[in-house]
Design a protein around this ligand. Structure first.
Ligand SMILES: Cc1cc2nc3c(=O)[nH]c(=O)nc-3n(C[C@H](O)[C@H](O)[C@H](O)COP(=O)(O)OP(=O)(O)OC[C@H]3O[C@@H](n4cnc5c(N)ncnc54)[C@H](O)[C@@H]3O)c2cc1C
Length: 394
């Protein structure tokens, strides 16, 4: 049974065509280009984002009336997995951009759509979510960026850190605290023009393709139409998006590990030591066998959570369980794949070191391992105390 078949069986022919389109793009010149950029210590070229957008991929889940494909969550995952097989950070970043298009298409107002939807869908402008602050990302309730009511809009002050694609985005969906009342709201903040925005790259050696940055806003004006989630609604909406993101990050980690295991298995089947292929040495064979077990377990856990999100069922615990397990498994498993290949596994001729450096960061983005355990722990009594199995698992 092909590795991704449980997803593919549930996709429509049009969605399968999108997955095929993504596969051809990712396996083409793009694959070598992102690896070469990593070897040079640079992010992959901005032009690839334009090409991805030209394929219609940023509008993957946008409504058809907005030029999108209305793809399901399972299809979104499969498209992301096709890219994650070649480069985890690239997949993370392009999904992140796509998420902002989906948000405006599905939940934006007519005026918001008129201002930014088409440029976002076509890749003419890029946007990222900005919630984390330098004081910490786990405790979102403590964020300090403020929005002050002014004539015709709001004035925003504060610093957002670890913004994916932050060095190149033209806008951010920013979570801020209203200075009157103290509730949280989300705004679409255009960053261009004037000196009220500062951008500082957060240097991550080996993982610069995330293009992480801190963005500092100093009395930065946003107009009335830019309010995306009203005070009191924003945190819930943000957490819903983060919850789904946990599942597709986990799915991408699975795809990166699957590609690494395929690579290691191929190599170990052909390289000979002591008169036989590496894979014929039982000790080494068992190490890759162990990787395959945990990979399949992560794959199953992610699929369960993905189906829940796809069906709009509660998935907080399932998302946290699959993200923690899939990311930990990918970090460990890619390391094992590198090791079984000998020194060449760690060399620049292979992309496994790049994948490991990038997947490692997935243990922080969209919530750390400890925060995943915290979410799961809070539901233990509800999910597991009933000896015959709870009907209310989340
Ligand atoms: C590649 C990448 C991309 C990212 N993209 C974005 C983005 O686009 N937008 C955005 O807003 N943010 C983004 N982030 C930020 C990410 O969401 C935060 O890094 C994350 O939420 C953790 O916040 P922190 O790094 O400030 O750690 P902190 O919150 O300071 O936590 C530090 C450590 O303490 C642990 N900890 C915290 N609270 C508890 C607790 N209650 N119990 C036990 N342990 C605890 C954490 O698990 C962590 O190990 C990104 C991060 C990375 C690495």
């Amino acid at each position: 049974m092909p590795f991704f078949s449980q997803y593919d069986e549930q996709l429509t022919p049009a969605e399968m065509e999108l997955v095929g389109r993504a596969r051809r793009f990712c396996a083409g010149a793009f694959s070598a280009a992102i690896h070469e950029a990593y070897l040079r210590g640079e992010p992959f070229a901005r032009e690839w984002i334009t090409e991805w957008a030209a394929l219609g991929m940023l509008g993957l889940q946008a409504k058809a009336e907005h030029g999108g494909h209305e793809a399901s969550f399972l299809c979104k995952i499969r498209v992301a997995q096709e890219m994650a097989r070649h480069g985890f950070a690239a997949a993370f970043c392009l999904n992140n951009l796509q998420g902002q298009v989906t948000r405006i298409s599905l939940h934006g107002s007519d005026e918001q759509r008129r201002h930014v939807l088409e440029p976002l869908r076509s890749g003419a402008i890029l946007a990222a979510p900005a919630m984390t602050e330098p004081s910490g990302g786990s405790d979102l309730g403590s964020l300090a960026t403020t929005a002050r009511r002014v004539d015709g809009g709001w004035s925003i002050s504060g610093t957002k850190s670890w913004v994916t694609n932050g060095t190149i985005v033209d806008g951010i969906t920013l979570l801020a605290r209203m200075d009157e009342g103290g509730e949280l709201a989300t705004f679409f903040v255009s960053l261009g023009g004037g000196d009220s925005v500062g951008c500082h790259e957060i240097l991550l050696p080996g993982a610069r393709s995330f293009r992480l940055a801190a963005l500092e806003l100093r009395d930065h004006f946003v107009p009335d139409w830019a309010l995306l989630s009203r005070p009191g609604e924003a945190l819930r909406a943000a957490m819903e998006a983060v919850n789904a993101a946990r599942v597709h990050v986990a799915a991408m980690a699975v795809a990166s590990l699957h590609a690494a295991l395929c690579e290691a298995t191929r190599y170990c089947s052909s390289r000979q030591t002591f008169g036989k292929p590496l894979l014929a040495h039982q000790g080494l064979q068992w190490e890759l066998a162990e990787v395959s077990i945990r990979l399949e377990a992560a794959h199953a856990l992610v699929f369960r959570a993905a189906q829940l999100v796809n069906s709009r069922l509660p998935a907080v615990t399932a998302a946290a369980q699959c993200k923690k397990f899939a990311v930990d498994t990918a970090i460990w498993g890619i390391g094992q794949c590198i090791r079984t290949m000998g020194a060449i596994g760690a060399s620049g001729t292979q992309r496994l070191s790049m994948q490991l450096a990038e997947v490692r960061l997935a243990a922080f983005g969209d919530g750390t391992n400890e925060i995943m355990l915290d979410r799961i722990g809070r539901s233990l009594a509800k999910d597991y105390a009933d000896p015959v199995g709870s009907e209310h698992r989340s």
